[in-house]
Design a protein around this ligand. Structure first.
Ligand code: PRP
Ligand code: ADE
Length: 175
């Protein structure tokens, strides 16, 4: 329903020039303070991916976890955390990548995904798609199959779909 989408949009705040000049940061913290609308936003993501065939949700810390873990609970799927360097205790695959505001590295446990397992990637914001592309590489290195990407907000002006050709993408809100 359009009114629900508007309610979600009203609770995502624009912060200009954060964390660097020229970036309009989509701040989801007001949304997290509203339990009803936070719940609606999770339900909207799950509605969009309800028909997708997958067993596992893979997601990057830290904002990705906020949406991915409750979705895994609601949809009864596995949850695999992708973390910043040095946080995961077992052997990891590691990848360096670029996102809208800089460079970073992500890691995933080498045994987190079974060979041939179907996974989706969940995040709060899909901006350049750099983070998601890096996670796809980690999943494929582990032998998994990425069937789609789901997010709350997609920044279409940064053209993430150009980076993520060949993948289904579901977003609740497009800017
Ligand atoms: O599409 P991209 O350009 O790659 O950007 C999207 C990513 O950037 C943000 O994470 P960030 O690295 O800022 O970490 P955080 O979740 O810990 O704030 C966001 O949560 C996504 O994971
Ligand atoms: N503009 C933005 N707002 C929030 N999260 C982001 N991640 C990458 N770009 C972002």
């Amino acid at each position: 329903m359009q009114t629900e989408i508007n309610e979600i949009k009203r609770l995502i705040r624009d912060i200009p020039d954060f964390p660097e000049k020229g970036v309009i940061f989509k701040d989801i913290t007001p949304l997290l303070k509203n339990p009803r609308v936070f719940r609606i936003s999770l339900d909207k993501i799950s509605d969009l991916i309800d028909e997708w065939d997958f067993d596992c949700i893979v997601s990057p810390e830290s904002r990705g976890f906020i949406f991915a873990a409750p979705l895994a609970y609601k949809m009864e799927k596995e949850f695999v955390p992708v973390r910043k360097p040095g946080k995961l205790p077992y052997k990891t695959y590691s990848i360096s990548y670029e996102l809208e505001y800089g460079k970073s590295t992500l890691e995933m446990h080498v045994d987190a995904i079974d060979k041939g397992e179907k996974v989706i990637i969940v995040d709060d914001v899909l901006a350049t798609g750099g983070t998601t592309k890096a996670i796809i590489e980690l999943v494929e290195k582990a032998g998994g199959i990425v069937v789609g990407v789901a997010c709350l907000a997609e920044l279409t002006y940064l053209n993430p779909r150009q980076t993520l050709t060949n993948f289904e993408i579901a977003s609740v809100i497009k800017y």
